[in-house]
Design a protein around this ligand. Structure first.
Ligand SMILES: Cc1ncc(COP(=O)(O)O)c(C=O)c1O
Length: 461
């Protein structure tokens, strides 16, 4: 808690890096505004007072304030205190409702979860036992910011053979899920001068909020049947894409779009962040390899255990272009948010022993059957609807004519105790051009799937 002489108290959770005082002050202020600790309109302490409280140079504070004014986080008016800017765009980008906050329905067909009851508890426990029995004592310490070498090596091998990623252990950083990895990369990019990032027009609001919290301007890109449209990239320093299975529309990024995005990145030095959240699940043809393989120096590959195993593990991984390794590791050191060593060792053992591949093969089969039942049911019960995203992943999307139809179906489902998501809730713009539903068919436990589908078809009638 900083108690300034001007009597404005400010709890910034300041952890100033002595080598980069200004950057860490800017980061703390951005973080405070983004997560609402510094409310819109509230006054910041005068620069002299804050500098004295923190024991730093006043110019550092004035420069940090000026930078954040330029970025739109703060506003300054002659003769009055620097204040937190009103941030309507952030308000719109507030994280999507988390499942636990939504009035709970008995049946759930929202996207975002695997079947949590299918988590391989016994096999995970056996892997944990084997990993702990063999682990040298030093692996149980704080550990390197990149993650334990056993896991980085296992991931490099797995990603190379299963997803075609050019992965070397020294380019892999283990993080607390994709979400944490995105924050690390976004902050590192911002510190390297990136100002704006393109995102697919439909996606998670929470991901957009993370990018904004890092100080990046988020620019929505259109999405059509070939995936994100690489048309308005001028001025962008990065894009965030879901190439294997667009979230939530479900289309795959076409080969020519893959080439267009990577060529643009190579030409301009920009970075493509590839969110490969469900790339392991492809049903009708061979898995689409990662875009990263086309251009390992321009693409940050990001993967997660949240769909293949379970989100509760909080395990994800990045494969980075060489120039981003040190900046991302610096951010990891700042954040003190590495996944637990024992979970890392267990996942390494899970992969090395072949359990991970076996589990994915098994669950792919189960989800494929569920997908088939959804396809057949929709064709019979709601043949007028256009469906996309069925060939991969754990969700599909169904088109509806307008926002009113979207609301009506979601409401009819809710009245049948069934939760489903609307496309509109994933839109980065106020007036989306597409409407529909996002159906996550992996979520219900096996015994509930038949009823969940029956209620969905009734709501669609
Ligand atoms: C598009 C997308 N990306 C990434 C993730 C995984 O995020 P995390 O690894 O933080 O659980 C999800 C999970 O819901 C997702 O839907």
């Amino acid at each position: 808690m900083v108690q300034s002489r001007a009597n404005i108290s400010l709890d910034l959770h300041l952890k100033l890096d002595p080598r980069r005082v200004r950057e860490s002050l800017e980061r703390a202020l951005r973080g405070g505004v983004a997560d609402g600790r510094l409310a819109p309109g509230s006054a910041l302490p005068p620069s002299r007072a804050l500098a004295a409280d923190l024991g730093i140079d006043r110019t550092t504070v004035t420069e940090a304030y000026a930078q954040l004014v330029a970025e739109g986080w703060l506003v300054a008016r002659q003769g009055s205190a620097t204040r937190v800017a009103p941030r309507p765009s952030l308000a719109r980008a507030a994280p999507a409702e988390r499942p636990e906050q939504v009035a709970s329905c008995r049946y759930d067909l929202r996207a975002g979860f695997p079947d949590l009851t299918s988590f391989p508890r016994q096999e995970w426990l056996s892997a944990a036992r084997a990993a702990l029995a063999d682990a040298p004592a030093e692996t149980l310490g704080y550990g390197p910011p990149a993650g334990l070498s056993a896991l980085r090596e296992a991931l490099a091998g797995y990603l190379g053979r299963a997803r075609g990623v050019h992965a070397r252990p020294d380019r892999v950083v283990v993080c607390a899920g994709f979400t944490a990895g995105l924050g690390l990369v976004a902050t590192a990019l911002r510190e390297r001068g990136v100002r704006s990032i393109g995102v697919e027009q439909f996606g998670h609001a929470s991901h957009r909020a993370i990018l904004e919290a890092a100080g990046l301007k988020v620019v929505p890109l259109d999405v059509d049947d070939e995936g994100a449209v690489p048309d308005h990239l001028t001025g962008l320093g990065a894009v965030l894409l879901t190439p294997a299975h667009q979230f939530p529309l479900g289309v795959a990024l076409s080969a020519r779009r893959r080439a267009a995005f990577t060529a643009w990145a190579a030409r301009t030095g920009a970075i493509v962040i590839e969110d490969d959240y469900d790339g392991e699940f492809r049903y009708d043809r061979r898995a689409l390899g990662a875009v990263q393989a086309l251009s390992p120096d321009q693409v940050v590959y990001a993967g997660t255990a949240s769909k293949t195993l379970t989100p509760g593990l909080r395990l994800g991984w990045l494969v980075l272009p060489e120039r981003l390794v040190t900046p991302v590791l610096d951010r990891q050191l700042d954040g003190h948010a590495q996944p637990a060593a024992i979970e890392q060792l267990t996942l390494a053992e899970f992969i090395d022993s072949g359990r991970y591949d076996r589990h994915i093969r098994r669950t792919r089969l189960v989800y494929r059957r569920r997908r088939d039942r959804l396809v057949t049911g929709l064709a019979r019960r709601a043949p007028q609807l256009r469906v996309s995203g069925m060939s991969a992943g754990l969700h599909a999307s169904v088109s509806l004519p307008n926002a009113a139809a979207e609301d009506a179906v979601v409401e009819r489902a809710r009245s049948r105790d069934l939760a489903i998501g609307s496309l509109g809730s994933f839109s980065a713009v106020d007036t989306p051009t597409r409407h529909g539903l996002v159906i996550g068919y992996a979520t219900p436990p096996p015994h509930a799937y038949t009823t969940a589908l029956a209620r969905l078809f009734a709501a669609l009638r």
